[in-house]
Write a protein that binds this ligand. Structure first.
Ligand SMILES: [Zn+2]
Length: 174
């Protein structure tokens, strides 16, 4: 149960995650998902999607930020940390949160608020993944600054943009 004071804090930190999404948009090779890790009420690490920057499909904002904090603190455990993300974490990032022992996940726009292209169709939903991992000790909070976060992403009604990877274009002969 989120108290009004916690809700206010969640909104404050989500604004900082939004700042990271904006930084991702301005950065060549960056993208519009921002993430913040908070411990003991202060920002411990921040990041944005760097997949194109590093030619690394795993460099989602959450993974970048988890790696950054674990490397800096030389630890495998982020117990006590809250992860804030502008977009609902995908299955990979949820699993990374489980492996790193993050205590709380707070996100802005949810899967239903954005175009399906942001989530591989058959990948499990975040809440189901955590339930199936029997990690009901992880608190998940959705929809913090939902509209402000969703503005960065295509809506469910937008046409899908063309796939920039010719390997995925059925009209291109291999
Ligand atoms: Zn992800």
């Amino acid at each position: 149960m989120t108290t009004p004071e916690q809700h206010r804090r969640d909104q404050h930190f989500m604004h900082l995650a939004i700042d990271q999404a904006k930084l991702g948009i301005r950065t060549p090779g960056g993208a519009e998902v921002g993430c913040i890790l908070v411990k003991h009420g202060t920002v411990a690490a921040s990041g944005f999607n760097e997949a194109a920057l590093h030619s690394d499909p795993t460099a989602h904002a959450e993974i970048v930020t988890i790696r950054r904090l674990c490397a800096e603190r030389k630890t495998l455990s982020l117990a006590g940390c809250t992860l804030y993300c502008t977009l609902q974490p995908c299955a990979m990032c949820t699993a990374a949160s489980l492996w790193s022992g993050i205590s709380r996940i707070v996100y802005g726009a949810g899967r239903a608020d954005v175009h399906p292209l942001y989530f591989a169709e058959r990948l499990q939903n975040t809440e189901d993944l955590i339930a199936d991992a029997y990690r009901n000790d992880i608190e998940m909070v959705s929809g913090i600054l939902r509209d402000e976060c969703a503005q960065f992403y295509l809506t469910p009604r937008d046409p899908a943009p063309p796939d920039p990877d010719p390997a995925h274009d059925p009209t291109v002969q291999p």
